[in-house]
Design a protein around this ligand. Structure first.
Ligand code: PGA
Length: 357
């Protein structure tokens, strides 16, 4: 997983659109899963504008819906089917025959989930999944409790998600369906690339947990840490809770100059910028305020055959209790070593700055 911070929603949307457009240029018959909800609306607006200018052509793309509520009329404002039909398909210029939203009215929802999974497999797997993040850490309708190996399936919609949806769609909470179908966590993790968009202050706390705490079913988005080509683009408000240092990009020009999103798309797992920050795609497994402690952790990992790198803030941060200047040091390992590293470090110190400091 790689995290990129931008000042606001406009640049978040523009960067996401550039990533999708660039991927579509590289692969005409791109296979992509798209979400509904508020966060990706700016991305869709930008893609629609790019299409008008002839800068992107998604006619040959194969598009899947990320999720859908069960039993909702396709005309309901909260139905993904409606967003696909009225917004995504026409504005992005998709070929309706190549678009496969989840059918929330299927007579046998479990069979529909299996058909979606099979259609993705038949399409050769997903090149890209675009995701938002729920305030409870859900991705798609993978609500807290979703297992890492879960596949496309029928799920219960969490009460907090129903309340959020009711607020967003103008429906009353009781009118929001209790069940839905979602691409599974494993289905998402098998995509070749994942783009998660997080915008707004109300996502800050959950984004911190998703990015900086160990992966857990309690925060399904946290499993993306294990994906070598997951890119999280967060605006400053959503990134406000993050403790680590992440590349910050202030403009589209700066993004281009720093290789965004080209480096990510090139398949190296999302080269971080500035280049010295970390090896591409390596993931933080430990935070320390003391460089010596971080070096000990690194030594422990390497003694067990797990290559690790240290990364520290350029300017040491000042200890809030005035004990003296301390650095913030992070220990990163390769994506394939995350599980082993976490097992080894369990009990040493939770990621994130120690309590009370
Ligand atoms: P939002 O929803 O984009 O409307 O905030 C995100 C989600 O719940 O997945």
């Amino acid at each position: 997983m790689t995290v990129l911070v931008v000042p606001g929603y406009d640049l978040l949307s523009a960067l996401a659109a550039r990533a999708v457009a660039e991927l579509a240029r590289r692969r005409k018959d791109l296979v992509v899963a798209l979400p509904t909800g508020r966060t990706p609306l700016g991305l869709y607006r930008r893609l629609a504008a790019a299409r008008t200018e002839g800068a992107v052509d998604l006619r040959a793309a194969r598009v899947f819906g990320l999720d859908e509520y069960l039993g909702l009329s396709p005309d309901h404002p909260a139905a993904a089917a409606r967003t696909f039909r009225e917004l995504i398909v026409p504005s992005l210029g998709l070929d309706p025959r190549r678009v496969r939203p989840v059918d929330g009215l299927a007579a046998d929802p479990a069979a529909e989930a299996a058909r979606v999974e099979e259609a993705i497999r038949a399409a050769g797997g997903l090149d890209l999944v675009v995701l938002g993040i729920g305030r409870n850490g859900h991705v798609g309708l993978n609500e807290p409790g979703s297992a890492r190996d879960s596949r496309t399936r029928v799920v219960s919609v969490a009460p907090e998600s129903r309340a959020a949806l009711a607020g967003a769609s103008g429906a009353r909470a009781p009118a929001v369906p209790q069940r839905g179908i979602t691409l599974g966590v494993a289905t998402i993790l098998e995509a070749r690339r994942v783009l998660l968009l997080a915008s707004g202050r109300e996502k800050a706390e959950i984004l911190r947990r998703a990015v900086e705490e160990p992966p857990t079913p309690a925060v399904p988005a946290s499993f993306l840490q294990e994906h070598p080509a997951a890119l999280v683009v967060a605006d400053a408000a959503a990134a406000a809770g993050l403790r680590g240092q992440y590349p910050r990009i202030d403009s589209l020009d700066a993004a281009g100059a720093a290789g965004w999103p080209g480096a990510w798309l090139a398949g190296d797992g999302g080269a971080t910028t500035p280049a010295e920050l970390s090896p591409a795609g390596w993931t933080v497994v430990h935070h320390a305020v003391d460089p010596v402690a971080a070096a000990v952790v690194r030594g422990l990992l390497e003694a067990h055959g797990i290559p690790a790198v240290l990364e520290s803030d350029a300017a040491p941060s000042v200890h809030p209790f005035g004990v003296g200047p301390l650095a913030s040091v992070r220990v990163r390992v390769r994506a394939r070593d995350i599980g082993a590293a976490r097992a080894l470090l369990r009990g040493i110190e939770p990621p994130g700055l120690p309590n009370g400091r």
